[in-house]
Design a protein around this ligand. Sequence first.
Ligand code: N01
Length: 538
Amino acid sequence: MQTVDVLVIGAGFAGLRALYRFRGLGYKVKVLEASEDVGGVWYHNGYPGARCDVESYDYSYSFSPELEQEWRWSERYATQPEILRYINHVAERFDLRRDIQFNTRMTNATYDEASARWVIETEGGETFDTQFFMMCVGQLSTPKSPNYPGLSDYKGEVIHSGKWPKHEVTYEGKRVAIIGTGSSGMQMTPVIAKYAKHLTVFQRTPNYSIPAANAPVTDEEDAQVKAHYRERRDRAWNSATGLGFMPNKTSALDVTPEEREKAYEAAWNRLGFGFALTYYDILLNKQANDTAADFIRRKIASVVNDPVVREKLLPRNHAFAARRPSVDSGYFQAFNRDNVELADLLESPIVEFTHEGIRTSAKNHVFDMIIFATGFDVFTGSLFKPNIIGRGGITLKQKWSDGPVTHLGVGVSDFPNMFIVVGPGSPSLLSNVMVSTEEQIDWMAAFVEHMKANKQAVFEVQHDAEKEWGHHINERVKETLYLSTDSYYNGAEVKGKPRVFMPYSGGVRGYRRILHKCAAEGYTGFSFAANAAWLEKV
Ligand code: N01
């Protein structure tokens, strides 16, 4: 059995950051990673066209000014290989690999009440004993593939976007299917379209998307960002989304249609996700939202030639950004190619897979390769994979049977000394997740330092605090349009999943203030103890 102070699960952006921070404070840290290398989702999502839809300079670590200065991003939105190179660079530069154990999947984590420590077991039969236990497993890391009748009969290649093979995948001369039109499907479509003999995109829900307006980063731009990096970070930390866009105080309904058109046009051509912040109430008021949605529909319509395909691609059944919109590079234009076909699943659902392809209610499709871009079991998928057993033998799955409950998205009652990073209850997927990751980990490190200074060995979330935070999450989301549609924010992506809104919609800046207030007031909502004996009394 190995004994450590902090055991971290996952060697993606969050796990590496946790290792760096806690090791720097003198704690003995170990990271367990199921895969053979660092990178988390960026290791697995190697599909063609994969790139970040947050600008490179903002989707990067802020903890080291030297790292900021020496790393040179080549494009405004970095591709997956470039992000993976960055993660590897960080791992090397800060000598992180020596504390990461690869090819090691955690299967069980059990809180031992007598010692007030966690016992972690792995698939390979190893055991670790740790005081603190951190889940850094991401939110989009358990791929979800529909289980169609006949799937196992299909003789061609089947690939999931979130578990892209490491061998080279070629499309030349092939008939390819993509199922799903979320960010992954939309990113890969124009790239695969260029090479495949024929590409069929199966769409269930038309999705909003904003052009990436990607471009190479010039030396001048790079120097400009690097000369003012702190100010840029400050803007990100103090913005609602962590993307650095400052709140616009104007309502979309308080300007003339001409002014609005001009503002949307400017944002469309330059801002990526910032488009959603053209007016402060786009995500708060349906009428305001309609103005943005209508603008996007007109933009989509203007680039698709075929009137029937055009109509099918227009998102109409949900408010813009109430589900995660995409940032694309030529998705809609790809349907103007002769070799690209849109298959509308609402009109003609999939009946079954056959040995040579897919049969819908309309026709038989023959494919050499089928790609599932069907998303993930979001937020809880990877938290439920291992068996996490807290106080009194309760499992995390049991505890969250009606949906996740947390205090501040940091910890869970009955699971002492366990941290969850950018999981449910935190801004997470509603923010630039890099900002939220660093914010939480630094806060957790200060929290543990506080415990050490006060000679406390155990923390636990108070039940009332957890209830209050859940109430606050629900109150904040009611101010928005997020509840107006089904989405993975509210558990609709997996049949039978509890339908609760999981991330915190109060914004990065607001969340940050709440975390800091909690710390300033002596970590309200948490109980502390010097040893395990107190647990009997709680
Ligand atoms: O997954 P999704 P994703 N039959 O869940 C469809 C991040 N990301 O991998 O909407 C047919 O968004 C489903 O249809 P519907 C980003 O946060 C970031 O694309 O359920 N179709 C939908 O169209 C993103 O939001 C980047 O009706 C089925 C699609 O599959 C998140 O990851 C890049 C189906 C799934 O869309 C997930 O994106 C890529 C079925 N049975 C991803 N089941 C960056 O740029 C599902 N679908 C950083």
